[in-house]
Design a protein around this ligand. Structure first.
Ligand SMILES: Cc1cc2nc3c(=O)[nH]c(=O)nc-3n(C[C@H](O)[C@H](O)[C@H](O)COP(=O)(O)OP(=O)(O)OC[C@H]3O[C@@H](n4cnc5c(N)ncnc54)[C@H](O)[C@@H]3O)c2cc1C
Ligand SMILES: *[C@@H]1O[C@H](CO)[C@@H](O)[C@H](O)[C@H]1NC(C)=O
Ligand SMILES: *[C@@H]1O[C@H](CO)[C@@H](O)[C@H](O)[C@H]1NC(C)=O
Ligand SMILES: *[C@@H]1O[C@H](CO)[C@@H](O)[C@H](O)[C@H]1NC(C)=O
Ligand SMILES: *[C@@H]1O[C@H](CO)[C@@H](O)[C@H](O)[C@H]1NC(C)=O
Ligand SMILES: *[C@@H]1O[C@H](CO)[C@@H](O)[C@H](O)[C@H]1NC(C)=O
Length: 543
């Protein structure tokens, strides 16, 4: 296969990254002189907690901060930095962090894998500390029950690896990028190529451990069903620090089939994308067939072909069976067996997960927390309920030819199957029946500086604006895990009105937003857990 770039949302523009800016001096008004004793006071094992606290004077402060930054736009000298970073290794440390932050009027940012597209897990415009869950990352698999307990600081790759150690016919329906953190991913829904068969990661959560705004520890039973509902898709950082999740594992056959089909000829690609819209959401739910459109300068330079439409699929069965299905349902695609590969589910994750399709990588690559490339990125999302016209697809294709931007990536994720069977209010994630597919828009670049940023932001905002008439309306729906502050935000500094938050909240959660606000008022009435798109507290109004 000529084009080795692949997969939704791994950076589609993998080239060598070189960055040479200077790390900023430490942040101002550091009052950890009082904060540290508080942590010590509230930790039963106070000796161990000092080894887990990084202030700007510790040489490890910036390596630890940097380690899980997955968007270099938020790693500049001007980016606000935390007063300190705590890397709890025990739930009691998490509790101490909450109690002391609260008593000192300091905000908390919770970080698991650090993939938040707007950097909300490690940037705030307020004195803040980062609670980095990287050291709470254990995974316990119970094969007999087909369940697992996974701590929030684990990555998806670690979860998949631990499942594969115990069984090759169990899986979990979450994202394909192995470096994504469990904590943020499950909090916002979390999808991968198993979504048409088994729904989202959050649909498969059956219990959880959380530390609330009072520093109290709860499991599902003691937190109550309202809070347990809210944390499964209501977005991270609003309700508490979820330290672990119990999930249902799902069965997969010993052999699955993955295929990658690249189509570059304009006429052909546009015709196929058009036809795909009528087929993909109705296919057998054992079959996922998505599209990844790659454009921008990098694709053009590398191969002198721009853009590329990659159809990528996962089928829970053998290649012959897949051929028969596609021959009946989508013969125009002209898929051949040679474009496919029979493998195990876990091998399919390794093969496609890091964006490169490399044969024979050891499963251990799933344990690597560092992605192949770290660049500047901006993400946006849409949902499509009516097929868009060929003329519109053609215009999208034209825009992907832009030579002003480094990397552009539009990914089309088919819905239907299990996604249509789950009710809109089952969990806060409301985008269910009636959606043909989701569009993820991503642009990525390595060139530092505000000019490059402006060019790329303009490009993605422009195509998003162009798409307005063709996607869902009132509200224009969006996916909370593709965090996008362009669609509205709370005030960076102060309190926010319900009306202001409803603008972005109804896009992410539809009519579930009101229940999220209700739960927030019940469990965190003083709005301790907050960020630019956290669920707001109501001042007077009751729902
Ligand atoms: C390269 C890349 C690939 C991606 N691929 C996919 C994909 O295939 N499918 C998909 O659905 N999404 C995907 N995403 C989006 C991803 O699911 C979200 O960015 C997710 O929120 C990341 O979780 P995290 O723990 O890594 O991020 P973080 O930045 O650590 O957290 C994200 C948000 O959740 C909060 N949070 C984190 N941990 C906790 C916790 N334990 N308790 C409470 N709140 C918490 C944070 O404060 C922040 O607001 C991708 C993102 C990137 C950058
Ligand atoms: C940071 O420095 C302080 C003071 O020297 C020390 O007590 C603490 O253990 C250091 N933290 C880490 C993680 O090494
Ligand atoms: C942290 O990241 C910034 C920006 O990429 C970089 O300039 C700095 O050198 C990094 N610091 C460390 C200690 O790695
Ligand atoms: C966490 O702290 C509690 C209370 O001090 C202690 O009983 C427990 O053993 C600790 N757990 C771990 C994993 O260190
Ligand atoms: C995680 O815990 C281990 C063991 O306690 C410690 O050596 C390591 O430094 C911790 N990592 C971070 C990032 O704090
Ligand atoms: C597809 O169907 C046609 C006609 O039924 C048949 O001739 C052809 O061999 C089939 N191709 C595959 C790959 O199954």
């Amino acid at each position: 296969m000529k084009f080795s770039l692949l997969l939704p949302l791994s950076l589609a523009f993998i080239v060598v990254c070189s960055s040479s800016s200077v790390w900023p001096s430490a942040s101002s008004h550091v009052n950890h002189e009082e904060f540290l004793p508080c942590l010590l006071h509230h930790s039963p094992d106070s000796k161990s907690i000092t080894k887990l606290v990084y202030t700007p004077i510790n040489t490890s402060y910036s390596p630890v901060l940097n380690f899980s930054i997955r968007n270099l736009r938020f790693s500049t000298p001007n980016t606000p930095k935390p007063l300190l970073i705590i890397t709890p290794s025990n739930i009691s440390h998490v509790q101490a962090a909450v109690i002391c932050s609260k008593s000192h009027g300091i905000q908390i940012r919770i970080r698991s894998g650090g993939h938040d597209f707007e950097g909300l897990s490690y940037v705030a415009y307020h004195p803040f500390v980062v609670v980095d869950l990287i050291n709470l990352s254990s995974v316990t698999i119970e094969v007999e029950q087909s369940t697992a307990w996974v701590q929030s600081g684990a990555t998806l790759g670690e979860l998949y690896y631990r499942i594969a150690e115990k069984s090759r016919t169990l899986a979990f329906p979450a994202g394909n990028c192995p470096t994504v953190g469990v904590g943020g991913h499950f909090s916002g829904g979390g999808f991968g190529t198993l979504l048409r068969k088994y729904g989202l990661a959050a649909d498969n959560v059956i219990d959880a451990y959380i530390v609330d705004a009072n520093g109290e520890f709860h499991d599902r039973k003691s937190m109550g069903e309202d809070l347990f509902w809210a944390i499964r898709g209501g977005g991270g950082g609003s309700f508490g620090i979820v330290v672990a999740w119990k999930v249902k594992l799902v069965p997969v056959p010993a052999t699955v089939t993955i295929c990658t089909i690249s189509r570059t000829l304009e006429e052909e690609a546009i015709k196929l994308i058009d036809q795909w819209q009528y087929v993909a959401n109705k296919l057998d739910e054992d079959l996922f067939l998505g599209i990844n459109l790659l454009g921008g300068k990098i694709v053009a330079q590398g191969d002198k072909i721009n853009p590329i439409a990659l159809f990528f699929s996962l089928f829970l069965g053998k290649a012959d069976e897949l051929m028969a299905i596609l021959n009946k349902t989508f013969p125009q695609l002209g898929l051949t067996k040679e474009e496919c590969k029979e493998t195990s589910w876990i091998e399919s994750v390794v093969y496609t997960g890091n964006g490169l399709q490399i044969e024979d990588q050891p499963l251990e690559v799933l344990l690597n927390r560092t992605p192949l490339a770290n660049g500047n990125i901006k993400m946006k999302s849409d949902y499509v309920k009516e097929p868009i016209s060929k003329a519109t697809i053609k215009e999208v294709w034209q825009r992907l030819k832009s030579q002003d931007i480094e990397g552009a990536n539009l990914v089309f994720i088919p819905y239907g199957g299990r996604m249509s069977q789950i009710s809109e209010s089952e969990i806060p994630f409301s985008h269910r029946a009636g959606n043909l597919y989701k569009i993820g828009y991503l642009t990525g670049w390595f060139e530092p500086g505000l000019n490059a940023e402006k060019t790329h932001l303009n490009w993605i905002r422009d195509i998003y604006s162009y798409m307005t008439p063709f996607v869902t309306k009132s509200p224009r729906a969006a996916y909370v895990n593709y965090r996008d502050l362009d669609i509205g935000s709370n005030s960076k500094y102060g309190k926010t009105s319900y009306k202001r938050a409803h603008v972005w909240g109804s896009k992410y959660f539809g009519s579930n937003f009101d229940r999220l606000v209700y739960v927030k008022n019940e469990v965190d009435p003083y709005n301790f857990f907050r960020h630019e798109q956290s669920i707001p507290v109501l001042l007077k109004r009751r729902i």
